[in-house]
Design a protein. Structure first.
Length: 114
């Protein structure tokens, strides 16, 4: 019976959707939004990273194994200058960083290696 209860708990108790986290560039011209959904406990969040700038909107999907919930405690935005935002995710096995660039009229996202 304990196995049945544990199996039910793991399969049906996802945390659901996270709240949307938003960060604006220092000059207010660019915006980065992060939100995610976790279907099953212990599975990654399917995370949407939306970048708005240069009169374009782009969306990147990523699997994030957030340490706890996908919220202000596990996601940090750091604007290096008005056109470059470093997004750092606290994952269960360390950090994962993405660099968002709005330079040269193009929006790009690059994963930084540890």
């Amino acid at each position: 019976m304990l196995l049945c209860v544990a199996s039910f708990w793991l399969s049906g108790c996802g945390k659901g959707a996270s709240k949307e986290l938003v960060s604006l560039s220092p000059n207010g011209n660019f915006e980065v939004k992060v939100s995610g959904k976790q279907e099953v406990v212990l599975e990654p969040y399917t995370t949407s990273i939306i970048i708005n700038g240069n009169e374009m909107s782009d969306t990147l999907l990523a699997q994030i194994y957030a340490k706890g919930s996908l919220d202000e405690n596990s996601v940090a935005f750091s604007w290096k200058d008005p056109e470059h935002c470093l997004i750092t995710f606290q994952e269960t096995d360390g950090e994962r960083s993405l660099l968002v660039s709005f330079a040269n009229q193009h929006n790009t996202v690059e994963e930084l290696k540890k």
